[in-house]
Design a protein around this ligand. Structure first.
Ligand code: SF4
Length: 57
């Protein structure tokens, strides 16, 4: 599983980090995926992103 964030789309709302802090971290107002960012909550965070900036492959 690979999690990717489209930083052009990300509005920095912080939802992904609060739902899934083991995968997402906020940096300079945008979300980033942690180095070994996998976790069950990633899917939940993906569907909670208001701008659909998170993609899971
Ligand atoms: S939920 Fe989406 S818009 Fe909000 S910080 Fe995460 S990636 Fe960015």
């Amino acid at each position: 599983m690979k999690v990717k964030i489209n930083k052009e789309k990300c509005i920095g709302c912080g939802a992904c980090e609060s739902i899934c802090p083991e995968v997402f971290v906020m940096k300079d107002g945008k979300a980033e995926v942690k180095a070994k960012g996998t976790g069950k909550c990633a899917k939940e965070a993906t569907s909670s992103c208001p701008v659909e900036a998170i993609k899971i492959n």
